[in-house]
Ligand binder design. Structure first.
Ligand code: ADP
Length: 320
């Protein structure tokens, strides 16, 4: 607007000066009588003033038009530019709200138990120990939630650069199996391995974390005395890891959401009986993306699920 007003102002100055100059020259000619019979050429001052006023009006109109046009255009362009930023802010807000909600649940449970126990004048040692045991459970839940949140933050795509090293796939599987053997045994779940061994360029800590999340879920969502199969194979430039269970499965309409943060499928079993925050798969997805890979799920509700991870053997190859 400043440029446009300055331009209009100088245009007005130039044009009015030109009009005045024409008037001045005519006056000189008339007075000197060169080529004009004086009775015909009378300078009309009003006409010149009228032209100047019209010029002012036209320039003001043009400036108003530019002002209105740029306001409307600016509004739309600013909206478009700010859209991704506002989506990011909304996402952050949702994340904070969800995380605080998850934190509040164990805190509220602990607070209520402590308050009730404090009011109980006959509280004995056995009851106090029970209270402490229950509090400890809630503290453990909060601890696992905060470590999930830290992991999620660490693996957010774009925030972290992983160091990749060559590892043997079978060694990682071995390590993860060792971690989860006890929890599988406690529910009489048998884990089978169908492996092709190969080397892959990965970040070992995060690959171990990825397999732990998938195997933990396979155990959590399996029926007692169930079966889990871990398959690894090489397909061209890619390494494939499959973890298959024959447990509760996922409803088709819920599959698109299971990788979202804090999403837990609505089946009553998974919500009420099985611990979790709906963060594992979103961490898994971040890890896979940081390895330039893909993660897929195939699931039939009531029959079981297969999670497949496809990672490039070398980090320069990308999945298309
Ligand atoms: P959670 O802590 O709830 O397990 P995840 O992010 O790991 O969170 O998983 C999200 C949801 O996806 C789970 O709540 C569950 O409903 C579903 N899910 C994940 N893995 C399996 C599986 N192997 N079998 C059935 N459902 C699964």
């Amino acid at each position: 607007m400043i440029i446009s007003i300055a331009f209009s102002f100088s245009m007005y100055r130039v044009l009015t000066a030109e009009l005045d100059r024409v008037e001045q020259r005519q006056r000189v000619r008339i007075e000197s009588g060169v080529g004009f019979p004086p009775r015909i050429f009378i300078i009309d001052r009003d006409l010149i003033e009228d032209a100047k006023n019209r010029l002012k009006l036209i320039l003001a109109g043009v400036n108003l038009f530019i002002l209105a046009g740029s306001a409307v255009l600016g509004y739309f362009l600013a909206g478009r530019t700010l859209k991704p930023i506002s989506e990011m802010v909304d996402d952050q807000k949702r994340f904070i709200a969800d995380a605080s909600h998850e934190m509040r649940t164990p805190l509220t449970a602990m607070k209520t138990e402590i308050e009730v126990s404090l009011k109980d004048k006959k509280l004995n040692l056995k009851q106090a120990k029970q209270l402490l045991g229950s509090n400890l459970e809630e503290v453990n839940k909060m601890q696992s939630l905060s470590s999930y949140l830290l992991n999620l933050n660490q693996y957010q795509t774009g925030r972290v650069k992983l160091n990749f090293e060559k590892i043997k796939m079978s060694e990682v599987v071995e390590k993860v199996l060792f971690q989860f053997q006890k929890s599988a045994d406690s529910r009489n779940i048998k884990i089978f391995r169908e492996e092709e061994d190969f080397e892959m360029e990965v970040n070992e800590i995060s690959l171990t974390e990825l397999l732990s999340i998938l195997l933990d879920n396979a155990i959590k969502y399996s029926h007692k005395e169930g079966k889990i199969v871990i398959r690894t194979k090489q397909e061209g430039k890619y390494g494939i890891i499959e973890i298959q269970d024959f447990g509760v499965g996922i409803k088709e309409e819920e599959i698109p959401y299971i990788f979202n943060r804090f999403y837990r499928a609505d089946s009553s079993r998974s919500k009420s009986e099985i611990n979790g925050y709906g963060l594992g798969l979103s961490i898994a997805k971040n890890i896979v993306e940081l390895h330039n890979g893909k993660i897929f799920v195939n699931s039939i509700f009531g029959e079981g699920s297969t999670f497949t991870v496809k990672l490039p053997l070398k980090q320069s190859a990308r999945i298309v």
